[in-house]
Every structure is written in C-alpha cells, then in structure tokens.
Design a binder for this molecule. Structure first.
Ligand code: SAH
Ligand code: MG
Length: 203
C-alpha cells in the first residue's frame, strides 16, 4: 500500500495497522459499489479508504458534521484548540479535512457529506460496497449509525466498526454493542479483528 501523503501529518485516531486493514478491505469490496465512512475528523481514515476507492475507480462518501464527538468538545479529553472556531464557539474539523483531501489529491474521489449521520442517512438509497463506522460513541449515536448504514452494505461487502473493546476496562462499549448486534443479526460473517477494528462481511 502506498499512500499519497505522509499519514502522520494528519491528526486523528487510527492505528496504521487498522488503516492498512481498511485499505485492503476497501480494495476487496470497492468493486461492489461506492464506499462510505461515518466519522472522518481530519481525514486520516479517509485517506486510506479514499486511496483504495481511487485505485478502484469508485467514490468514498465521507459523512461527518465536523462539530466533534463528545470527547472533542472544549474541556474534554480529546479537545484540540487548533480545531476550535473561537468566533462560533464550535469545533470545526472541516477546514483541516478539506485541506488534507487536497494534499492527498483525493478531491475527485472523496465526496464530503457535512451533516449529522442520521440526516445524511434519512433518504439514502445507494447500495454500498463498504461502510466504516467511526462516528459518535454514545450508545444512541452508535445505534443510529448501525441502523442507518449497515443495511446498505451489499452481499459480499464489508462493514467495519472502529473502537471495539470487549473488556469495558479498555474503552467505551457502544461500538462493541453494535458489533455484537451485527454478528447476531445473522447477516454478517465475522472476519479477524485488527487491533480495535471489527470487520464483518455481508453474507
Ligand atoms: N475516523 C477518524 C476519527 C473520527 S473521530 C480518524 O481516522 O481519525 C469521530 C468523528 O465523528 C468526529 O469528527 C465527529 O465530528 C464525528 N461525529 C460524531 N457524531 C456524529 C454524528 N452524529 N454525525 C456525523 N458525524 C459525527
Ligand atoms: Mg475511532
């Protein structure tokens, strides 16, 4: 895998092994349809998925309201001053995201959908080759993402979910909960996990 830029230059929350697994699974499923991620932040995962989509001649929809999750807000653990719009009093990761897509030469592959996941999903009708869920980590947000997007994955396609922690001492349980839901739905076959990246193939 060769990325179009130095991935360490992009702020984010993704291990390189997880990024490589996203890339490989996206290459394998992008021929089945366009791909979509929920939770782009500054575009780290977007570069891995976007480059795989570019090489496959397809499109990546990158859904994020760019206002940050709970943990990115002022005073919270993962707040980043550089991504805070003082005038608006809001997080704004879109400027950084957009600059990074330009640097990565992915502007003709990545379609930013700057909206809450549930709004972007409301009228969605396009079958998807791969869906990557890495948005809000409240149970409510994770459930909405699962219900909104997993049903659009085509047979043979991939559903990937980030931040899977089977042990509650290691991290929040919402992504793990929807991962277990997907497994018990009977609609997916589990693939080997890569660090905290859960991977499922639509039967
Ligand atoms: N995938 C990124 C990290 C994503 S962080 C990486 O590789 O670095 C989670 C992102 O989800 C944040 O940017 C936040 O704005 C977004 N998010 C949280 N809840 C959301 C919602 N309901 N709709 C859209 N985006 C949401
Ligand atoms: Mg994550």
């Amino acid at each position: 895998m060769k990325l179009p830029l130095d991935i360490n230059e992009i702020k984010g929350f993704l291990d390189p092994d997880e990024g490589e697994a996203l890339f490989d699974n996206c290459i394998a499923s992008a021929k089945l349809g366009p791909c979509l991620e929920v939770g782009s932040y500054c575009g780290k995962s977007t570069v891995y998925l976007g480059e795989a989509c570019r090489l496959s001649g397809t499109i990546l929809f990158a859904v994020d309201h760019h206002r940050g999750s709970e943990e990115h807000q002022q005073g919270e653990e993962y707040h980043d001053e550089d991504l805070y719009d003082e005038q608006l009093g809001l997080v704004d990761s879109f400027k950084s995201f957009r600059a990074n897509m330009r640097l990565a030469e992915l502007e003709k592959t990545v379609v930013p959908v700057v909206a809450p996941s549930e709004v972007a999903a409301r009228k969605w009708a396009t079958p998807l080759g791969m869906v990557f869920i890495d948005g809000g980590h409240s149970l409510d947000a994770a459930m909405t993402d699962y219900q909104s997007w997993s049903r659009h994955v085509v047979p043979g396609g991939i559903l990937a979910i980030h931040d899977i922690f089977p042990d509650p001492n290691d991290g929040g349980q919402a992504p793990y909960t929807i991962f277990e839901l997907a497994k018990s739905s009977g609609l997916f076959k589990e693939l080997p996990q890569v660090r905290t990246l859960g991977l499922l193939k639509r039967i």
